[in-house]
Design a protein around this ligand. Structure first.
Ligand code: UFG
Length: 324
């Protein structure tokens, strides 16, 4: 029998890529999404519109489609918003995960891939951050992801649930224009938006303790990230599987280097302005990817140029048309 995965948040940017990767690997997918930020236009598999908080709906969906495992991405993910609305984040990222685990227990679904985040690390004190680095999140978003990992780990100990928690680093790019990121809150889309407005992109802080003074991040192409979910699923065949993996490239790019890449790809000349540092931004967060490459044989295949190129060409047509 083919596996059928329930993808919560499958109408979102990352979730839609995960659905495609699952299908490419020969599995079936069913999407559940409340469409709070997702786009129904991305969904081409059986779809349930609903909230994970409704565990009876989720359990019924699992039984109806004979779900064999869950990829759980439905969550809120904006750091600044989480500082302003912590209760929303605890409700949607923690309480809803409890509801999902309740539904899984009722429907006897025993495999879970969880969308975690590098935000669980907070301020890091080494050039490469491995999974055993202390987790000291510095905002409610990161806290809710870490609590999510604990919840899943404890439920796994109690019930034999098999899981993999994937700590995403900075996700960018798109596999095809219709799956592009519609959010405008991360560096690359914000640089695009500044160009569209004819403004200078702003670098948040030029005095960080990094080679060029701007923050350094580890960018991962969303297609590689989606494929990491499929690789992680393969590792859940083993009884007792309980994994935590960083998903990044293991190479850092500074904010200034990313902006230079946007200039190259777009053919625009860009002169960024250095503004104040954004509170709570760690100077440098780069993944140690040894564990995922050793355990799953997973390696990223796309570089920063491809991330920026694919995202740039997926911009809405009327905006592209006005570009030189
Ligand atoms: N930045 C700028 N100018 C901008 C936008 C961003 O200089 O206009 C800088 C930020 O200060 C940061 C870097 O670009 O140094 C990346 O910023 P993003 O907002 O794109 O991403 P973050 O690294 O802050 O956060 C991302 C995800 C989070 C996740 C985190 C994990 O957005 O959800 O990675 O490390 F928690």
């Amino acid at each position: 029998m083919r596996d059928t995965w329930l993808v919560s948040g499958g109408a979102g940017y990352i979730g839609a890529h995960v659905v495609r990767s699952l299908q490419a690997a020969g599995a079936d997918a069913v999407v559940i999404d409340d469409l709070s930020t997702g786009d129904i236009g991305r969904v081409q598999v059986p779809f349930v519109e609903g909230d994970i908080a409704d565990w009876r709906l989720v359990a019924d969906t699992m039984r109806q489609y004979r779900i064999t495992g869950v990829v759980h991405l439905a969550a809120d993910k904006q750091v600044e918003e989480s500082m302003r609305e912590p209760l929303t984040y605890y409700r949607r990222n923690v309480v809803n995960l409890m509801q999902l685990l309740t539904a899984m227990a009722h429907a006897e679904v025993g495999r879970l891939v969880f969308s975690s985040s590098a935000a669980v690390y907070g301020m890091v004190d080494s050039p490469l951050v491995g999974e055993d680095h202390p987790t000291r999140p510095i905002n409610p978003y990161g806290e809710t992801k870490l609590i999510g990992e604990w919840l899943i780990r404890d439920q796994a100990r109690a019930t034999g649930l098999r899981f993999a928690a994937l700590r995403y680093f900075n996700v960018a790019g798109t596999a095809s224009p219709e799956l592009a990121d519609l959010g405008r809150t991360n560096l690359i889309p914000m640089v695009f938006d500044a160009l569209d407005r004819g403004d200078q992109p702003v670098i948040f802080g030029g005095q960080h303790p990094t080679p060029d003074g701007t923050c350094v991040r580890d960018f991962i192409h969303v297609q590689d990230l989606a494929d990491a979910h499929v690789a992680a699923i393969a590792a859940l065949d083993e009884p007792g599987a309980s994994h935590v993996f960083n998903v990044g490239c293991g190479r850092g790019y500074s904010v200034r280097e990313v902006i230079e890449m946007v200039a190259e790809v777009s053919g625009r000349s860009i002169e960024p302005r250095v503004g104040a540092a954004r509170p709570g931004d760690p100077a440098m967060v780069v993944a140690d990817t040894a564990r995922i490459s050793r355990t799953l044989g997973w390696h990223p295949r796309h570089d920063l140029r491809e991330m920026v190129r694919s995202a740039w060409h997926a911009q809405p047509r009327q905006v592209s048309a006005s570009r030189g």
